[in-house]
Design a binder for this molecule. Structure first.
Ligand code: GUN
Length: 284
């Protein structure tokens, strides 16, 4: 069996075309959707991610506001910037690019974002919403995975799903979203003993561990759907996921490439959430 490649870039392109229409509909009602991005310090990877987000906003007619704070900014300064954005009617979505500098505790910062502008879905209230299946804004990366599965017509109901990686941004919300959709979900993480005994059971394997080549063909059931959320830069400069793509492709039924799989969907879901927020705020 040779897996079908899930082309996240193409799916994202199609969705973004629809999003242009959504922002045009808002414009006809006098509303320009607005997203504010706060970046603290000069983490080079974060700068690139933020640039990508701002560029994507411009492509679909979302106004973006970049708030840059110094590496030395205090937690109070970051929270003050958020509170100001919470009160601005032209800002429908707020995100704080992570990671924050080590001296800033992340929880109070994320909890100061107004729940109805929390387009990353990281506020405790929104995380709680995932637990009870009443999401305000679904977190972007797992939402992108769900959209890719839906696009390919892959049902998750009753399937064995194994999520490798238990981060707050991807693994845990991914598991909750798939549980809500009636999958049987197992979360594995860095302390899991004998990872392969779990992954081999997966009808759908979602890998978000940040380790190149973590998943090799012997760990994958024939015909499994393999979703690779990892993004790793090798010393050679090559970008790879967490899955041995060439090997696993010979065994899986579907597989996402890196780059061009889940990555383009993450930013696309952020655009969706910003538009959703503006639409919710626009009556008549
Ligand atoms: N850093 C890595 N991924 C993300 C994300 O999805 N949102 C934010 N705000 N920061 C990140």
């Amino acid at each position: 069996m040779v897996a079908q490649i899930i082309d996240g870039k193409a799916v994202a392109r199609g969705l973004r075309a629809q999003y242009c229409e959504r922002s045009e509909r808002l414009a006809r009602r006098g509303v320009t959707p607005g997203l504010a991005v706060i970046i603290v310090g000069a983490n080079p990877a974060s700068r690139i991610y933020v640039q990508n987000k701002l560029r994507a906003c411009a492509e679909v007619g979302i106004a973006s506001f970049k708030i840059e704070l110094a590496e030395t900014a205090s937690s109070d300064e970051v929270i003050a910037a958020i509170l100001e954005l919470n009160s601005r009617p032209d800002v429908h979505g707020i995100l704080v690019q992570l990671p924050l500098p080590a001296h800033i505790p992340i929880g109070p910062v994320l909890r100061s974002i107004s729940v109805d502008k929390d387009v990353d879905g990281f506020h405790l209230y929104n995380v709680g919403g995932l637990v009870v299946g009443d999401t305000v804004f679904p977190p972007c990366t797992p939402f992108g995975v769900v959209k890719l599965l839906e696009h390919e017509g892959i049902s998750v109901e009753g399937k064995n799903v194994v999520v490798v990686g238990a981060s707050n941004i991807v693994g845990k919300p991914m598991a909750l979203m798939l549980t809500q959709r009636d999958a049987t979900v197992c979360i594995c993480h860095a302390k899991t003993r004998d990872l392969a005994q779990f992954t081999i059971l997966a009808d759908i394997l979602v890998v978000a561990a940040g380790k190149p080549n973590l998943i090799v063909p012997q760990m994958v059931k024939t015909g499994a759907v393999v979703i690779d959320v990892g993004i790793n830069r090798l010393p050679s400069g090559k970008l790879v996921g967490d899955v041995d793509f060439d090997g696993v492709r010979q065994k899986a039924s579907y597989i996402t490439p890196v780059p061009g799989g889940v990555g383009p969907m993450t930013v696309t879901m952020l655009l969706n959430n910003a538009l959703l927020s503006a639409e919710r705020n626009t009556t008549s």
